[in-house]
Design a protein. Sequence first.
Length: 598
Amino acid sequence: MNNYGIDIWGDDNFIIQKDKLCINYKNKPSLYSLVKEIRKQDFKGPLLFRFPHLIEKQINTLFSLFDNAIKEYDYKGSFNAVFPLKVNQLPNFLHPLIEAGKNYAYGLEAGSKAELILAMTYNNIGSPITINGFKDKEMIHIAFIAKKMGHDVTITIEGLNELETILAVKKESKLELPNIGLRLRLFNAGGGAWAKSGGIDSKFGLSSTEILDAFDMLKKHDIIDALSMIHFHIGSALNSIQPLKKALKESGHIYAALKKLGAKNLKAINIGGGLNVEYSAYKRTTQYNLQEFANDVVFTLKNIAKQKGVEEPNIFTESGRFIAASSSVLITPVLELFSAEYDKKNLRLKEQNPPLIIELLELYEDMNEKTALEFMHDSIDHLESLLKLFDLGYIDLEDRSNAEVLTQIIIKKAISFLEINDYEELKRIDSKIQEKYLLNFSIFQSLPDFWGIDQEFPIMPLTHLDKKPTRSASLWDITCDSDGEIPFDANKALYLHNVDLSKEEYFLAFFNVGAYQDILGMRHNLFSHPTEINVVFKNEQVKCEKILESQKIIDILEDIDYDTIKIKNIFKNKLDDTHYGILQKYLNENSYLKTTGS
């Protein structure tokens, strides 16, 4: 049985029971049962299940880790955290997150005006709001208004001009000044795909000279008491903790220096994000455990504070990927297996066939358990020879078709023997016998990080998990783009089952898609978001709530600024009532395919 690396990436959130993948919570329902329940309500196409209990679990874990470390080292500062809204701003995710974080005063981080409006609207009063990224006068004025509403707001300065703008807004608005933070451009950087978030050449942060200039400006205008935080971020999804420890030491020394210069209300270091998420189903990428991460942060900052004779700073984190990734699962039906339709009845044999075609037919009919591997190799060689003969004009299209069909049915027959007796040998020739699975979704819409940065996502079927998967799988989406494919990779091989889609449905699940994928998804081919469902547990019962259906075609067109009234009028004027009615019905459906098993 193949567990698809669930012991690596699953974090005990999902378990395999008998032949199905189940949620490891409360009454442990299968994901397949949830899919069937939603499809009974006539929601077709891809489905995005959100699990609020996993958001709550991650928040609990984060605070528990740091509480343990604070007790372990008798640390005098407090632990605080905010969720960076850029990771996932959608309401079906955000509302459960805010509710789950209420008891911890878990706050929000905003990087734009729209995100700041969301934070002001929904953040719990008393929970912090930090504001990062580049800011203009309007954004800073909004931050002042958030402070007036009673929010605990910190404006993180990315450049000296922002500090000048804060002074101007304070003078013009007469509003109370929010807290001020300074973003540090550290020498030390992280590693991996997001390493450029930190380091001396980073897009964000103040140099040492600019930090001193900012301090002088604050002091000159008598607002030094507003300086409450310094902030750094060396990169997302850190595989190793070593870069963070170096950054902590560097920022700790800057913190101590500012304290000694007279920043008496400077009490916090915001270490940004960085907690890793396991996306790989093949090997662990994280070189530390979570408690080690928290312990190293607390120990390092305590040590520096002791060395420098300053108070231990409060610790802030912004680990959004760690909180969000595991909470969403994308499930899509398989529409077609591109060689599964081949059968002996598809042959177009002639009275006189080329010798190699006759040999292929004999391989198929004479195959047994002992000869399966040899005959499969022979059929693949014969197919290559026949394709060359076709290119040279020695065989015709019917011969070529017969060669393809015979090779496919020989491979399928061989697999039926080899999956029992010689599975490892079968895997060694997987690139030759891969199956193409057509899935009813868009990679560009639902897995944009796969397309954009080759991000891995764990993939596994919902059913048949008591059987060995024997088909090396390439996955195709339904966009008309050759990049809409997850190709078979022998180094990270995905094996799936050979199923008869005319008799049963087969669904694949993509995991850890809760961070960034929702908001980065693009409407390539004008495919909209999948139908979203929040799965909640009440009184040992599982409920599917807040179902948000994939957008209708007409609404997508309106969103990209087409005059949909004009579109409808053109159709109405050019069609009779019957066909206009049919087309209007289709305009009010989503773009995903409607076929058997869709």
